[in-house]
Design a protein around this ligand. Structure first.
Ligand code: NAP
Length: 588
């Protein structure tokens, strides 16, 4: 396509996509949109740093060829008032990878946010926000280094889909009538109405991207964040579709949190990613108290919007939080803050958000070494107290420098010799140590771990005890009693034998069938007082059904099985303990 104002560099080569994989030449053309307000200041500074890093990391063998693409105010000046020229969209599609500064959304009727339009037009369905801490960056947390999470926010639906009807409008009245008359819905008069569409298609492609990312980057888990306890058919379905996708497409690479406890005793099997879910409100607390438990998060549009800014604020704020919007074959990296017009052209603001987005872009095209050089230099420079105004006001003894001087300091630090390998090693060691510690807790204190990690037990598999102590039917009741005392338990599973299957023998059986019957416990065989067949429930059995079954059969414990294998035992006291700790979730 011949462009009107866009000039493709002659000596660069385009990135292409083959079989869903990027093919990146050593001289790729990357698109950039300078942005409005502070956009030009931060873009100029960041580009100098990226270019310097690439030159140094690859001894000049690789080089980015930049192609300017126009949007926002600069575009309006060039394209007769058009803020969102069609050819700019076309160029980004063509180039496959681009980066953009912040854009002003013109105020007034009929103007859609340019950012929203860009996402929709290019079907950039995943908003990806990596949030991690860099030593020296001011943070309100005591241990900010534990924050290292990548949030995948669904970008195309939810309450952001724009299906809204203003109070008092004709459409609103018709929809309200339909909801009340045909569907029996109840709500106050004159309520504004909005629709929250959540589809299996959009949910699954988002979760797929998150899982692929987790696998590719050696992450430990993907957490589905939702408010499914309240919005069952939208947020609850998102969660269900997420698990379904993991099961259908990544069966050999994933394990659910339930399976982790029930089948693997809390130990993550080699090469697997844990798929778990958390309710949206508790995740905010957990991200403050136990951020190290979260690696990759996949969530819907609104949750993701709140969560990504909140988490970014924990480790330096929006001035340095990077982001990207990704589709299947196009990715646009971006500064996540706005145009901060009061600082425009003052060479003052923090270039961090755009800078780090560019580093994610370098990693995305496989140029990790260049990205790491900058990350290591960044840490050194900030630790030395050389920062822009926003950090300077939070740090004691810092030296405030302009945007361009901050970029100079980074470049100088890279050239002066920085040690990306030491930084990588430090991070790897910390992650390994944290994972080991979590694994130990999951294996040794599963219930405490559940309590602390925001899970609520809903099935018998969540509360059962995995301590399965067995005895042969031929053993004496005396031996059985000694074994129970040693293990601190009140029942034993009786192993199959003499043509009989598994059974159970309890303290109560000893009382009623040996002592009450005035028999000698040394002479009675366990087999004689064993109850058979076992009363079993599946580990997925909801707690309410489990209680019902105990009452109906007048027993105090149930044997739990999964796929035909006995995996645990759930007693009245396990149930009571769960109710005391977590409250009782009534059946619907
Ligand atoms: P904003 O531009 O993000 O600025 C809000 C405040 O955040 C600034 O006043 C400043 O705080 C701080 N800040 C932002 N970027 C910073 C940086 N690089 N370094 C240091 N501090 C930074 O938000 P806004 O004022 O609400 O929005 C202004 C315009 O941006 C609007 O037209 C909006 O539509 C647009 N916008 C665009 C995008 C985008 O393109 N992705 C995103 C959001 C908003 P202090 O005042 O405390 O110094």
């Amino acid at each position: 396509m011949a462009y009107r104002h866009i000039r493709m560099p002659d000596d660069g080569q385009r990135i292409t996509v083959r079989d869903n994989r990027l093919e990146v030449p050593d001289n790729p053309v990357l698109g950039y949109i300078e942005g409005d307000g502070i956009g030009p200041d931060i873009t100029r500074a960041a580009m100098r740093v990226w270019d310097a890093a690439v030159a140094q990391a690859y001894d000049g063998k690789r080089r980015i060829h930049w192609c300017e693409v126009f949007m926002g105010e600069k575009a309006a000046g060039l394209y007769d008032g058009d803020y969102f020229p069609e050819e700019s969209l076309e160029a980004i599609r063509d180039l496959v990878v681009a980066i953009k500064g912040p854009l002003t959304t013109p105020v007034g009727e009929g103007f859609r946010s340019l950012n929203v339009s860009l996402r929709q037009q290019l079907d950039l369905y995943a908003c990806v926000r990596p949030v991690r801490h860099y030593t020296g960056v001011p943070s309100p947390l005591r241990e900010p280094e534990k924050v290292d999470v990548v949030i995948f926010r669904e970008n195309t639906e939810d309450v952001y889909a724009g299906i809204e009807y203003q109070s008092g409008s004709e459409e609103n009245r018709r929809l309200a009538d339909f909801l009340r008359d045909d569907l029996g819905a109840r709500f106050f008069d004159d309520a504004g109405l909005g629709v929250k569409p959540i589809s299996p298609y959009a949910s699954k492609r988002l979760v797929r991207k998150a899982i692929e990312y987790a696998i590719e980057h050696g992450r430990e888990s993907v957490t589905l964040v939702h408010k499914g306890n309240i919005m069952k058919y939208t947020e609850g379905s998102f969660r269900n579709w997420g698990y379904e996708l993991a099961r259908e497409e990544f069966r050999d690479r994933t394990v659910t949190e339930d399976e982790l406890y029930e089948l693997h005793g809390g130990k993550v099997p080699e090469g697997r990613i844990v798929i778990k879910d958390r309710i949206a409100d508790i995740i905010f607390q957990l991200m403050l108290l136990r951020p190290e438990e979260f690696d990759v998060i996949a969530t819907m549009n609104l949750n993701g919007d709140y969560l990504s800014d909140a988490v970014a604020a924990q480790v330096g704020g929006i001035g340095i939080a990077p982001g990207a919007n990704m589709g299947d074959n196009v990715a646009v990296f971006e500064a996540t803050h706005g145009t901060a017009p009061k600082y425009a052209n003052q060479d003052k603001v923090n270039p961090g958000s755009l800078l780090f987005s560019g580093l994610d872009m370098l990693e995305y095209i496989g140029w990790k070494e260049a990205a790491d050089l900058v990350r290591a230099a960044y840490q050194d420079v900030v630790r030395a107290g050389i920062v822009t105004y926003d950090f300077a006001r939070q740090m004691e003894g810092a030296r405030e420098v302009p945007t361009s001087a901050f970029a100079d300091a980074l470049i100088e630090r890279m050239r002066g010799g920085t040690d990306p390998e030491a930084m990588r090693e430090e991070r790897r060691r910390r992650i390994e140590q944290e994972r080991g510690e979590r694994e130990r807790r999951r294996m040794q204190e599963p219930v405490e771990e559940m309590l602390a990690s925001g899970r609520k037990p809903t099935t018998v598999g969540h509360i059962m005890s995995r301590k399965l102590v067995t005895i042969a039917g031929d053993a004496s009741v005396d031996e059985a009693m000694q074994l129970m005392r040693r293990k601190g338990i009140s029942s034993l599973l009786v192993r199959p034998g003499n043509g009989e299957g598994w059974g159970i023998m309890t303290h109560r059986d000893v009382l009623s069938r040996v002592m009450q019957a005035n028999r000698n416990s040394a002479e009675v065989r366990v087999r004689e007082i064993t109850s058979r067949p076992l009363l079993k429930v599946d580990s997925d059995c909801p707690l309410s059904e489990c209680v019902e079954s105990m009452m109906k059969h007048n027993v105090r414990r149930l044997v739990v099985e999964r796929d035909g294998e006995i995996t645990g035992i759930a007693t009245e006291s396990d149930l009571m303990q769960s109710v005391e700790q977590f409250g009782w979730v009534r059946a619907e």
